[in-house]
Design a protein around this ligand. Structure first.
Ligand SMILES: Cc1cc2nc3c(=O)[nH]c(=O)nc-3n(C[C@H](O)[C@H](O)[C@H](O)COP(=O)(O)O)c2cc1C
Length: 194
């Protein structure tokens, strides 16, 4: 007979690497959480961002307490969630700390806007969601943050970015044709052909 369910903190018999390998089999959407305002900003790539409820519109994300974003979220009580598009893997890399850029340096090359909360939101995100912290649950190394949606912006027509088995996977059912068509239209407009 199997043992009764144990306390959540018991890891006996569970190999950490096997756990990591198992979890890598689960594909996740890629979102950049942004925090802070003006020069005092940071952000992090996450795969744990999901919706919690529709009415009211709330979201949920699990954030490591040792990340540079957490103290800023704690201080301001707001954060941004930028759902990345298929062509934004380099941005995801930058906000995961790869390349060594820190805090405000990670924002350098992109176009950022501000909505109600004042946190930077990515203009070209698939969806940019402005959130207020509603509730925080401290558990192990992480905090589970429940956020109330204040405002959102959506850019249409692009494919999404997923993370699976340790790598970024573009999800673009159109095979990138829509993006190419948009690019060609832009060139045609600049050249005065449309
Ligand atoms: C695809 C991917 C998903 C990630 N998901 C999470 C997550 O859900 N929660 C988290 O705390 N860290 C996650 N991380 C790690 C953070 O991105 C990373 O620790 C953070 O950017 C470090 O920030 P800091 O250097 O500012 O402290 C993820 C990294 C990658 C590459």
């Amino acid at each position: 007979m199997s043992k009764p369910a144990a306390d959540f903190s018991v890891t006996e018999g569970v190999d950490v690497d096997a756990f990591k390998t198992a979890m890598r089999q689960l594909p996740g959407g890629v979102t950049v959480i942004t925090a802070g305002r003006d020069g005092d900003i940071s952000g992090m790539t996450v795969s744990s961002f999901v919706s919690l409820s529709v009415d009211p519109p709330t979201v949920l994300v699990s954030v490591n307490r040792s990340s540079s974003s957490w103290p800023l979220i704690q201080k301001r009580g707001v954060f941004g969630a930028n759902i990345l598009a298929a062509d934004q893997a380099a941005l995801a890399d930058r906000f995961s700390g790869k390349g060594g850029l820190r805090g405000p340096e990670r924002f350098g090359r992109d176009d950022w806007i501000v909505l109600t909360s004042g946190v930077p939101l990515l203009r070209d995100a698939l969806a940019a969601i402005d959130c207020e912290v509603e509730h925080v649950i401290h558990r192990h190394s992480h905090v589970i943050i429940i956020g109330r949606v204040l405002e959102l912006r959506k850019s249409t027509g692009k494919g999404a970015l997923a993370y699976w088995n340790g790598q970024y996977v573009p999800i673009d059912p159109d095979g990138g044709h829509a993006a190419l068509r948009r690019q060609l239209e832009r060139v045609a407009i600049v050249e005065g052909l449309l």
